[in-house]
Design a protein around this ligand. Structure first.
Ligand SMILES: Nc1nc(O)c(N)c(N[C@@H]2O[C@H](COP(=O)(O)O)[C@@H](O)[C@H]2O)n1
Length: 166
């Protein structure tokens, strides 16, 4: 399996999450998957999509919240000795759209949430177009020392799913 194939598989999963979003003309439909590589086989830690959790919530923040709310006995399968925070610090993030760096609602941006969680790498389906704001999410992650990988192959689909309802 090539590097791209290995990672596109999880981005495809994130795209399935994005398709679950209720479309809205004022925001994007984004999906996110967190993957742990602490054991021999990669394991999906959690998934999220825009507006999945109550309120005006974003995909990446929802995936982080859902992982943090898993009981310890479920988290054991990623690493029996590690805490939620330690497992998150080794996570790969797959998101169909570049994590947001500014929110029109004034809520905390996803790039900041990923930086605070100290995730390892962020694989992105497509850059955020400037439909609403000028996004600097990828640059923010790089500046914080997080590896950013722009995956090739699902850009068009990621964008058309994101713009559903516009
Ligand atoms: N990366 C990302 N994930 C999501 O789940 C999103 N909905 C977005 N959209 C970005 O956030 C802005 C909307 O901010 P508010 O929800 O209104 O606070 C929108 O302009 C996009 O930048 N991005």
């Amino acid at each position: 399996m090539t590097f791209e194939d290995q990672h596109l598989k999880y981005l495809q999963l994130a795209l399935e999450e994005a398709k679950k979003c209720t479309p809205t003309p004022t925001a994007f439909c984004v999906g996110c998957v967190l993957v742990s590589r602490l054991s021999a086989e990669p394991l999906v830690m959690s998934t999220g999509y825009s507006r999945e959790l109550p309120g005006n919530t974003h995909a990446e923040a929802n995936a982080l919240s859902k992982f943090r709310s898993l009981p310890q006995e479920e988290v054991c399968r990623f690493d029996p000795a590690a805490s939620h925070a330690e497992i998150l610090a080794s996570a790969d993030v797959y998101t169909t759209m570049e994590p947001c760096s500014i929110r029109t609602s004034g809520l905390s941006p996803c790039a900041d949430a990923l930086i605070d969680a100290h995730v390892k790498r962020c694989f992105i389906g497509v850059g955020e177009p400037d439909d609403f704001v000028q996004c600097e999410g990828a640059q923010k992650l790089v500046s914080a020392g997080i590896d950013v990988v722009w995956l090739k192959g699902l850009e068009e689909e990621s964008l058309s799913v994101a713009r559903r309802g516009h």
